[in-house]
Design a protein around this ligand. Structure first.
Ligand code: X6L
Ligand code: MG
Ligand code: MG
Length: 175
């Protein structure tokens, strides 16, 4: 498994935790994906389009032998399998899977931008990511993640909902 990737997960329809759990399960059931870590699950105020229900968000770290594009296709397939419909832009979804980082690569294509172009402004991405990788430096930025986090406004919009079992215990969900 030669590549490290971080994926952001979000859900705000139905049994949100069940959708996140099933998405993790399906991702890690791929023979070319291995789970490294998951963040706590956070309940977050909707941003972009605010007239919708609260989200659950989390971030996972994987090792993978898939290319970034193969990983994207697999994420889109899992979204569809879990009932994702694209109706309102930025609207409610059963599950959303966004690739944040793939090694330290910069990928700019019509289909895929990595690092995720708006991740730095999204507290619901940055706070869970910093929980599992506080020292990471995101390509094209100067400051390590933990410094970014200190400077983020409106952190109260992201609240721990289900803490990773036993505080310091390394126990990713989905195993
Ligand atoms: C101005 C203009 C300020 C647009 C923010 C932010 C747009 C985020 C879209 C924005 C803007 C997004 C989630 C969400 C969405 C999620 C929470 C998006 C795409 N996804 N809110 N809103 N969690 N809390 O996963 O991220 S829609
Ligand atoms: Mg998204
Ligand atoms: Mg998405």
């Amino acid at each position: 498994m030669g590549n490290t990737a971080f994926i952001a997960l979000g859900s705000n329809i139905g049994d949100r935790y069940d959708y996140l759990s099933k998405a993790v399960e399906r991702l890690v059931s791929h023979s070319k994906i291995q789970l490294v870590n998951t963040s706590s699950v956070y309940e977050t105020d909707p941003v972009g389009y605010e007239e919708q229900d609260l989200f659950l968000n989390m971030v996972m770290e994987i090792q993978t032998d898939l290319s970034a594009f193969e990983l994207l296709d697999f994420c889109l397939k899992v979204e569809l399998e879990l009932g994702r419909k694209r109706e309102i832009m930025w609207g409610p979804r059963t599950v959303d899977l966004d690739i944040l980082l793939y090694n330290q690569e910069n990928i700019k294509s019509e289909k895929l931008m990595i690092p995720h172009p708006r991740m730095l402004e999204r507290n619901f991405v940055m706070i869970p990511l910093s929980e599992i990788k506080p020292n990471i430096t995101i390509p094209n930025t100067e400051k390590p993640l933990e410094v970014w986090i200190e400077e983020l406004p409106n952190k109260e919009g992201v609240r721990v909902w289900k803490r990773k079992n036993g505080e310091d215990v390394f126990e990713p969900i989905g195993n």
